[in-house]
Design a protein around this ligand. Structure first.
Ligand code: SAH
Length: 345
């Protein structure tokens, strides 16, 4: 497998058969992780960027079959942060060394074009040295443009799967694969640093689907790629589906690093949820970003996308202290930096 790993590192692409071997073949994964770590160190040294995650709303108009805050989950507890609460999270984050705020939420129609525009402007006015990332789902291109003009720098919108038929198994008929992909291209055209990504071992996922994901990444050339294991939520139709594995997720993290050497790749909370050292292992397999939670502790448990989510009880200060220790134990260090993409487009 060493030859294949070297080939991917040099050429950033493989044949279907070669992808298959690296994704699901039996071999010593430590070779793969070591190569991904080597490439990550060439581009980004041992720096780990932090993003302060602010979960601004658990209301959602969508009904994704995997997600705990889907609209038909009548047990989900719904909340929405006020502007003042969001700005307080930013202030706390700033004092703790965060220079990127990620505002994520369900697709909440309360957040009109103007509302988000004002919010972004206010954050950029108060913290001109910080980057603002939005993760609010699919919107009109005009919304994305207005928020970009107001100062938003980045947008995260996981494509979830690059295979149309698989997409249709994970989503209700009213959601369209084409529209999601169109949103990603719109965001890129506007000028955002764009993040896409997918769940690993989501229900019905095949190795061919994962190959399609890798090919999509090659083609789309995102700045950021967020992936994590699928984790069932007890109030969704996928409650009995198996959770994604640590090894498969780490394998995909490493393969993404070799395919897109400059990418910003988070070691996700979902990875930390399925294994106590999941995030440390993700960093060692090529990830270079962590996203500690800045949301008020009072609402943390209500942003429940999957079961057993970690870090729902800790104040932001405890979260960052814990994260600093974890990152150091893996051999890296958290830096006070916007952590922009270091590539050339
Ligand atoms: N509404 C926004 C934010 C989605 S939440 C949007 O549409 O982009 C962020 C990500 O959490 C999703 O893109 C999905 O990949 C992931 N997620 C949702 N449910 C999950 C589950 N059960 N297990 C693992 N990841 C999940």
């Amino acid at each position: 497998m060493r030859e294949l790993i070297d080939k991917l590192a040099a050429e950033h692409d493989l044949t279907d058969e070669e992808w298959k071997q690296l994704i699901e073949g039996e071999y010593d994964r430590s070779l793969l992780y070591a190569k991904a770590d080597e490439i990550r160190r060439q581009k980004y040294g041992t720096d780990v960027y932090i993003r302060g995650l602010i979960e601004i709303s658990s209301y959602c108009r969508n009904d994704c079959l995997y997600c705990g805050i889907r609209r038909s989950n009548s047990h989900a507890q719904r909340y929405r942060l006020s502007k003042e609460q969001i700005l307080e999270c930013c202030q706390t984050g700033y004092e703790l060394g965060f220079r990127t705020y990620v505002m994520q939420g369900g697709e909440d129609t309360f957040f009109t074009t103007e509302y988000v525009t004002e919010l972004v402007s206010e954050i950029k006015k108060r913290y001109p040295d910080c980057s603002v990332t939005l993760s609010l789902g699919e919107r009109e291109k005009a919304d994305y443009q207005a928020w970009y003009d107001a100062g938003a720098d980045r947008y995260l919108l996981r494509h979830e799967t690059a295979d149309r038929l698989h997409y249709e198994k994970l989503h209700p008929a009213e959601l369209s694969y084409d529209h999601r992909i169109q949103c990603l291209y719109d965001l890129k055209e506007i000028g955002y640093q764009v993040g896409c990504g997918f769940m690993v071992e989501s229900p019905c996922q095949t190795v061919e689907n994962l190959i399609a994901d890798m090919r999509f990444l090659r083609k789309f050339q995102p700045h950021m790629v967020g992936i994590g294991p699928f984790i069932p939520h007890h109030d969704t139709p996928f409650r009995d589906k198996p959770q994604g594995s640590l090894e498969k997720t780490l394998t995909m993290v490493a393969l993404i690093r070799l395919t897109l050497p400059q990418a910003l790749i988070p070691s996700t909370t979902a990875l930390g949820t399925i294994h106590p050292q999941g995030r440390e292992l993700g960093l060692k397999a090529g990830a270079n970003v962590v996203m500690p939670n800045l949301s008020p502790v009072s609402v943390r448990k209500q942003y429940s996308l999957y079961d057993n989510k970690i870090c729902t009880g800790d104040e932001a200060a405890e979260c960052i202290a814990c994260m600093k220790r974890r990152v150091a134990s893996a051999g890296y260090q958290i830096v006070v930096d916007r952590g922009d993409w270091r590539g050339s487009s």
